[in-house]
Design a protein around this ligand. Sequence first.
Ligand code: PEP
Ligand code: MG
Length: 744
Amino acid sequence: MLLRRLREIMAERVSAQSRLDRIVSLIAANMVAEVCSVYLVRPGKQLELFATEGLNKAAVHKTRMKWGEGIVGDVAANARPLNLPDAPSHPSFSYRPETGEDPFQSMLGVPVIRGGQTLGVIAVQNRTHRLYGEEEVEALQTIAMVLAEMVLSGQLIDPAELDGGDRKDKPWRASGINFSEGMAMGRAVLHEPRVKIEKLIADDPVAERARLDKAIEDLREQIDAMLAQEDSVIAGETRDVLEAYRMFANDRGWLNRLREAVNSGLTAEAAVERVQEDTRARMHRQTDSLIKERLHDLEDLANRLLRHLAGRADTAAEEQLPLDAIVFARHMGPAELLDYDRTRLKGLILEEGSPTSHVAIVARALDIPLIGRIEGVLDQVEPLDWVIVDGETGDLHLRPTSDVREAYRHKLALRAQRQAAYAAIRDVPAMTRDGVKVRLQMNAGLLADLPHLSETGAEGIGLFRTELQFMIAPSMPRLQHLVDLYTQVLDAAGDLPVVFRTLDLGGDKVLPYARPLGEENPAMGWRAIRMTLDRPALLRYQIRALLAAGAGRDLSIMFPMVAEVAEYMTARGLVEKELERLDKRREPRPRSLRLGTMLEVPALVFQLEALTKAVDFISIGSNDLMQFLFASDRGNPRLGNRYDTLSPPMLNLIKQVVDVSAARGVPVTVCGEMAGRPLEAMALIGLGIRSLSMPPASIGPVKQMILSMNSSALAAALTEMRQNTGHSVRSALKTLAQLHNLSI
Ligand code: PEP
Ligand code: MG
């Protein structure tokens, strides 16, 4: 058998060159070819003749072809075999007199590839017009794989010399989209570990075939189990991917190719790798994104199969992580991210993803930077590579040079210094210099957010977005699950208040398990309170869970996207019904219950008098309020800078809410993103707002600003600014802040 002979040659204690010489003779004899030659890639993308049987030996190490030049160059450039009965008539043919190849008509060239990188070409030639059989092509590809191993081991060429452009030891930089801010430096970890293949040629092909079949069987069972399991970590796009896995795992063509590769004498692992190389080559040639996607799925599946064969874990979360792990994945589900050891996970890089994807929500809750949409990053990264994630700019640096690392060390140290300064004021009350106390609370939505309560010294949770839990779950959470979750939130908060907002679904907040609504204008569509009032069972179900968790405690509930007082009254009626139900069942009520509403729809401002009579509190959702006040989509980048929260209309509106509420003694909080930006927070305090709820990371910077500000001076300045006819008062506020040396 050819491979067995090859293994003997590989084991001989001779120089690498003589080993290669013997290999070409062996191939020529075995394939009844008059010529067998090996070309390897040299610097500058040249292909050098390294060994030949049948061509002029004097041309060895002399003849060089350019990338894409001649049949050999074509095979290398396109990373695919060429099987030509009449080579001289092929458009790529390039005649090299020094090799003495004129009498040869037919030619078969296959690329020597490893990990998607072309290292060289093996070619056989015959005098006759011969079309090489499919098995012959396969056999030559298998040999090419063994040869790739030999090249990579550095026996033939210095590895540093290998095609400079493509080597994975050079720095690589890319920009993506930052879905979660922050900055980190650490070591690369592949979410789906790659298996390094140690052994290529099997000792016992029959046993090897049995191993392969068993691994395929296990893999199929695993995929079926994942798909069948309702409560598994899968959701949305991940389910599509699993469906694709199942399709491929049962695909005869793929399975046959794997089995043939094992039958040719390869180990099961090498067979998977061999078939995968073909997939990669096809992937690079594909331009159709849908097919490319499916080929990606096939690649993932092959990796999974390799892990089964090697007995490795399915994701790196189950393995030992480096201290500063930066995880790389094509895509990831939210639950998969939560599986990682939080103390070691420092950043996440995805080839795909979107700002509203659920993994991004979790990354923000965990406070780790996440950069997404970096195409091809998985082809570039090697495990344990140095990585810098700049979640402020969206830049990724792989294997950065020492000066880039130094620059980032400096940046990270500055950040750490700032964090230390925030930590130092953690327990200092947020009080302005003229003695006005501002309540600083944080926004949350997942259990992963809760540790931030004590880290930041937040005075409570001013906005608990209950929909996030529904969004990251694979299916509708059960009642008991919700009761447990809300209980854990209240336990973590202890004596601090928590304001639970009922489900705010719709718009950009979609459930993976719900049918898309196909609305033309989802932000203004059937969402939030509108949806839950139309589906009162859902709202009652949630209120029931909240009341159960809040039994004997202080509980606050608010409703999102309320547009008119009547909506609030209906929702309130549902709460009262649930309270009556408790009484009937003699189950305990909360110790105190406060009901309020978000103020996100401008219509509600025209009913402020009535509203303030009906609610216990109001929370201004500046994100949606801005969007509806200016009729300007909050997610549209083209409109991102068009209107400013620090504009007279917005400031006047907030001032009106503050005044009417104050007259009625109804507390007002601002909980949109605006509250977490020091300059905006400064303006809000100037308008009379005394309670803010914001992302946890904003509490330090906002508190620092408050400690340095004087509220009465600001109130006077804002009264004037509100009369301004300009587009925004931002720069006037900035100047004022600078003048008074405020930390913004
Ligand atoms: C808001 O609209 O300002 C708000 C806090 O709600 P969300 O961002 O969850 O829509
Ligand atoms: Mg909102």
